[in-house]
Design a protein around this ligand. Sequence first.
Ligand SMILES: [Zn+2]
Length: 329
Amino acid sequence: MNNITFDKIHTQTKQKKLMDMMHLSALACHQIYNTNNPASACPICQSTEFSFYVEKFGFRLDKCHKCQQIFCNPMPNREQLNCYYNGEMGEFENQFFEDSFENRIPIFDYRIKIIQQYLDAGNLLDIGSAIGIFIEALNRANTKLNISCCEPSEDACERLRKRFPKVTLFNDWMQNLPNTAQYDGISLWDTLEHIDQIDTFCTKLFNLLKPGGYWFFSTPNTSSFEWEIAGKDHVQLLPPGHINLFNPNSIKILLNKHDFELIEILTPNGSLDVSYIEKLLAKSTKYDVNIGAFLKEKFKDAEFKDGFIQLISQTKNAGNMLVVARKPK
Ligand SMILES: [Zn+2]
């Protein structure tokens, strides 16, 4: 797991073009009037104590003082979100996933290993399948799971159909799926941070699961090493794409609110944190104050670096969470 690095999964083309694309896409979204009012409470814990955190691409992000959730405020409305996902950004993302397809497989291998600890057969619904890197990893792992995919992007669905003709495919938003509790498991990889109406989303997801069914998901962890160093410069602050950024505490509150049982939170990819922070430290001296200069030097020592990666991975301090939750029996 420790050889997954930032450069391997973010191709050079993506790193160069992402910011230009974001600016263009955000500009298009701002042409549409946002009919949403600013929130008067944190979308996760309902606390009224929150304040301005940072502005990115013309969108304001607030941070809750109580659960530390970072959220877009006001949330972009549906028309703006449709504009963002159906514009050039969608195809850009799909192409970028094609380019980093093989390098991303190991991330999913680990996730599949965790899924198999809880579920070895039955119906698994993958929400937000994109171009199907997870589906490919599942096929290679020869699981007995019966897989369905839910993916709103037409471009992605075309690629999915070609690659996996046997998989059941819903080219739609998850909210539009029939309301039957038919899945033994639902997977949702790096998607929760994109969701605007988080409570509606969780209720729907709960209803799709059979009693005792599992929800496996991943999302950025803002209470982590890489966020501690990068702060407001973090590359994942990407509204209107990323509009809800979690930490282990806000995840617990969200699951509890929706009657899910939290089984475990893991942060397996500490090597991503270290490779990202190394890049950041090499690019600018602004992080040298305090710990930046120290780390820049210490990361040259392979033993320190490996030990550090192990430490943040095992103590839930790495920047991506893998969460296992369950609908009660
Ligand atoms: Zn809160």
